[in-house]
Design a protein around this ligand. Sequence first.
Ligand SMILES: [Zn+2]
Ligand SMILES: [Zn+2]
Ligand SMILES: [Zn+2]
Length: 388
Amino acid sequence: MSTEPPRDPIAEYDKLNSELLNLQAQFANQKMPQQEFELLSKQLKDRISAADANLHVAARKDPSIAKRLRLRSYNEPTVQLIISHFVRTSGKPIEPEFGADRFPKYPIAGISGEELSVERSLLQRLADIRGLTQSLYERVVYCPRCQRPSDIFMRLKCSQCASIDISISRMIEHVSCGTIHQEGAFRLGSSMICPTCKKLMRNAEEYRLIGIVCSCNVCQAHFEDPAQSYFCRKCNYDFDLLGAMIIDVFAYGMSTDILNEARKSLGISDLTKTLSESGYQVEVPGVLAVSSKEVLFSLIARKSAKTFAIDLVQSDSEVDVEPVLELYVKLLEATAPILAILAVMPTLSKKGRDVAALHNLTVAEGSTASEVTQRILKILDDSSAAVS
Ligand SMILES: [Zn+2]
Ligand SMILES: [Zn+2]
Ligand SMILES: [Zn+2]
């Protein structure tokens, strides 16, 4: 019997990706014939997409895997924009807009306020890892041939000969005398007069709409339920509900809990970039093994055998004491010396600063990501240069 420990789907996925990078490096260094490279890289890519699908299945079942995937995804530039949207609008859902092509688009504001469109697949991926909540917004019929919604018309057809050349009239009942007739029989200019009792009907309560009746202008058939189908003008293709592609279109929101988790990572991509350029080895999110468990930081930077753990917190107003305490607690069990920095945008409360000073925690504040980044870089460089 096998006693292999259960494999970590995230590690599995990362391993395949680094194998692919290695392979590409080998090929680039001309250490591998083209044909062999193409075959191996195709195999690896297939395994990577299978591992990716597997990850998302695992994330739906296991909240801890979902959380790890979220923390990784927060660092992606587009995801940072999505988080900024929710911070700025205090959690207003991202709703689809349908342009002339009727494909759903998800507009959000970019860094300098310009409008950007976010891919539906990205929002869906974030929903899979519980970073976003989704609510059904609309269902759209797509053509099964061209897979587009843009030229679809709903058709009502003769139930006998399937012509679309049919007349549809409403059936009306005069409430006081019980006469039932097609609407046309009641109409006299803009007035409604009962064809039986000749009474003028002054308001809508005097008659009832009781249904429709159709007649075919081609075969003269009369019927109540016209056949329904869809027609794509682009493909000249008629299809019914059974053959239609029906796409659920969602609006995406972010719960308060997730927003609090996600906003901590804003500005991380700036920070990562600057620190890497200054020769630090950066890991996002930063994972430290502390006595038998793993502790997560926004990022960890390493240089000349020194380790720096950084938590980044952003708020639309002042940041209070909680993240200071959180960082303090995380460091309690650390055995090796670590310089921990709490990076705060825009400012830390008085109480937060007092608690940080009490526990010897370094704080870097700044009103923008680049300001915070510069402060952190200075603290790190000073500390790296210091003789330990
Ligand atoms: Zn079509
Ligand atoms: Zn007909
Ligand atoms: Zn009447």
